[in-house]
Design a protein around this ligand. Structure first.
Ligand code: SF4
Length: 145
C-alpha cells in the first residue's frame, strides 16, 4: 500500500519560518538541545527561503507553539541569568534570558558527561513550546518575531 502525501512547503511557506531579510529567515521548528558546556545561548538556525525539510507545515494550516516567556519548559530566575562567561551575547540579553528545558540530554559514547540546558530570550519561540495554563489566551495567538 502506498501513502500519498502533499510535498512539504519550502521555508518561505512554512509555519515555523520567520523572515529576517530578503530570502533569509529563521527556523523555529525545534527547541534547543542541551549542551555539554555551561552558559550557552541558543541560536536558532537560519535557512534560505527556497530550502525545505520533511518537518515543514504549510503556514496557513498551523499557528506556532509558544513564546518562551509563556512556556512550561522555560526557567527564568528573577533578574534573568547571570553567567560567568556571557559568550557572544551582551548582559542585556542574559537579563531577559531563561533556560529551555524542553529536551532531555542525549546519551553519549563517553562516560560521565555533564549536561547543561541552553538559554533563550523571553521573546524567542518555537513549535515545541507549550503555553502555561494560566496563559490560555496567549495560546490562541500566533507569536510574531
Ligand atoms: S518556546 Fe518553550 S520549548 Fe520552545 S525554545 Fe522557548 S522555552 Fe524552549
Amino acid at each position: 500500500m502506498s501513502i500519498e502525501r502533499a510535498p512539504p512547503p519550502n521555508c518561505a511557506g512554512c509555519a515555523f519560518w520567520r523572515k529576517l531579510r530578503e530570502n533569509e529567515g529563521m527556523c523555529r521548528r525545534l527547541a534547543p538541545e542541551p549542551s555539554h558546556r555551561p552558559e550557552e545561548a541558543a541560536h536558532f538556525p537560519q535557512t534560505h527561503s527556497r530550502e525545505w525539510c520533511g518537518e515543514g507545515v504549510a503556514a496557513a494550516s498551523l499557528s506556532i507553539g509558544s513564546r518562551c516567556a509563556d512556556c512550561v519548559f522555560w526557567r527564568h530566575p528573577d533578574g534573568g541569568l547571570n553567567p560567568v562567561n556571557r559568550g557572544d551575547m551582551p548582559m542585556s540579553w542574559w537579563a531577559h534570558a531563561g533556560i529551555c528545558a524542553r529536551h532531555a540530554p542525549r546519551p553519549t559514547s563517553e562516560p560521565g558527561p555533564r549536561a547543561f540546558w541552553r538559554a533563550t530570550q523571553d521573546t524567542d519561540f518555537c513549535a515545541e513550546g507549550v503555553v502555561r495554563e494560566r496563559n490560555v489566551a496567549a495560546a490562541t495567538k500566533a507569536p510574531t518575531p
